[in-house]
Design a protein around this ligand. Structure first.
Ligand SMILES: *Cc1c(COP(=O)(O)O)cnc(C)c1O
Length: 365
């Protein structure tokens, strides 16, 4: 067989993204909504899909969905762009504002996709590590920005996987301090109930990312969007794949967005369950949960890897970050249904109790 020359050099050593999905009774690893869209919405979706002409290319810009999103946010269509999941728009950010000789500012530990996209596009990454409580080192961020070479900044708010949103006054000062494009990733803003959207009126360098994957139960469909001023949207349009948002996804997104009020009780339940799970974790010896504005809780404990195994053996899949830099001994659990959350809490407590007995026996021996 003929040999093949090496792929692009920036791919050397890169590991493909692996969500580490495994079948389990309670899937609490990917920050998905535990409830699928309800039956009535599902029927409306089926009717909408039945009307989609499959032989025709979709509207490249998903203008009907774009108009719905624009109207709900009090913006013009030219301030909205829909993508194949938020992930596509994150990649487009690196294509449009990154590249060889350009630099982005990142605040790890955070969503790993940001750094991966920078690497793929040969964008230099400047990391400013978060403090021990996972807050942003604001002084270090402003000092680095003052050097003037940062082309774009990404701040997840709430930050995945640590949980809290960025302070609103910090985001505003950040936007004021630089002409770099600042992406505020609000993938979970329905759970934090906070947005920097009003700052679009005064800051040309702001772009906000949202998704249908979390609060709106559409992780399987792949729809996300950005809000920004028209000049920024125009640059994103230059790099996007023309037909990345297929006609079926557009039809589903329109139905779900029109009926988004129906997701409100589910969102409220997740927020209430988050408080209940947080209390239970705080009452569990040796477990340190970090406060959360989102639909998951990050926790730190000894033997987190063994705890992951124990939870999985009991039917609960959580996300293991114990081998991730700055997240040693951390697990992230998505808030599920009350039944799923109870199962998670009882398994974690059983693990801690059994480990305590093992340690006591070892001490006596
Ligand atoms: C889930 C998520 C997204 C977007 O996900 P998509 O499914 O691609 O829309 C973006 N940012 C963060 C931090 C996320 O957790």
């Amino acid at each position: 067989m003929n040999r093949v020359r090496a792929a692009a050099s920036q791919l050397a050593g890169l590991v493909p993204y692996d969500p580490k999905y495994l079948p389990a009774e309670a899937l609490l690893s990917a920050n998905e909504n535990p409830r699928d869209v309800d039956d009535e919405v599902r029927e409306l979706i089926a009717a909408a899909i039945a009307r989609v002409p499959f032989n025709r290319y979709p509207d490249p810009l998903a203008n009907d969905l774009r108009d719905l999103i624009a109207e709900a946010n009090g913006l013009d269509r030219s301030c909205v762009l829909v993508g194949n999941g938020g992930d596509e728009l994150l990649f487009n950010l690196a294509l449009a504002w990154g590249g060889p000789g350009r630099t982005c500012l990142n605040f790890p530990p955070t969503f790993s996709v940001y750094a991966a996209n920078a690497r793929l596009t040969n964008t230099a990454v400047v990391d400013i590590a978060r403090r021990d409580d996972f807050s942003i080192d604001e002084e270090a961020a402003f000092a680095r920005l003052a050097e003037g070479d940062i082309d774009y900044v990404i701040v997840a708010s709430p930050n995945n996987p640590t949980g809290l949103r960025a302070p609103a006054d910090f985001l505003e000062r950040l936007l004021d301090a630089t002409d770099a494009l600042v992406m505020v990733d609000e993938a979970y803003f329905e759970f934090s109930r906070q947005t920097v959207r009003p700052l679009l009126a005064t800051h040309e360098n702001l772009v906000i990312l949202r998704t249908f994957s979390k609060a709106f139960s559409l992780a399987g469909v792949r729809l996300g969007y950005i809000l920004a001023n028209p000049g920024v949207i125009a640059e994103f349009q230059k790099v996007r794949q023309p037909y990345s948002v297929d006609a079926v996804s557009q039809a589903i997104g329109e139905v779900v967005y029109r009926h988004r009020a129906r997701f409100e009780p589910g969102i409220r339940e997740i927020i209430e369950e988050r408080a209940r799970v947080m209390e239970a974790l705080r009452a569990t010896a040796g477990v340190r949960p970090f406060p959360s504005d989102s639909n998951w809780i990050l926790l730190r404990m000894d033997d987190a890897g063994a705890a992951w195994d124990y939870l999985y053996a009991g039917g609960v899949l959580v996300r293991d970050f114990s081998a991730t830099p700055l997240l040693e001994n951390c697990l992230r659990v998505t808030i599920g249904t009350p039944v799923q959350n109870d199962l998670f809490i009882s398994l974690l407590r059983a693990f801690v109790a059994e480990r305590g007995e093992r340690r006591a026996r070892a001490a006596r021996a």
